[in-house]
Design a protein around this ligand. Structure first.
Ligand code: FES
Length: 62
């Protein structure tokens, strides 16, 4: 399906989105992403809403 976005919750890590997505940030800025986009679920990323690997250092379980 061409316009389908697949979201996979990675154990103890981010939510992986695969497909073309338009992300609207809190300030209203829009950012188009294609391919794999990792969204932080742990709350520790310094690059929210994206995962920067901090979940590993913080022992995120979820
Ligand atoms: S899930 Fe990776 S930094 Fe939060």
């Amino acid at each position: 399906m061409e316009n389908t976005v697949k979201i996979t919750i990675l154990p103890n890590g981010p939510a992986m989105m695969e497909g073309k997505v338009n992300i609207v940030h809190a300030d209203g800025k829009e950012e188009m992403r294609e391919g794999k986009t990792m969204l932080c679920r742990c709350g520790h990323s310094r690059n929210k809403p994206f995962c920067d690997g901090q979940h590993k250092a913080n022992g995120f379980c979820g």
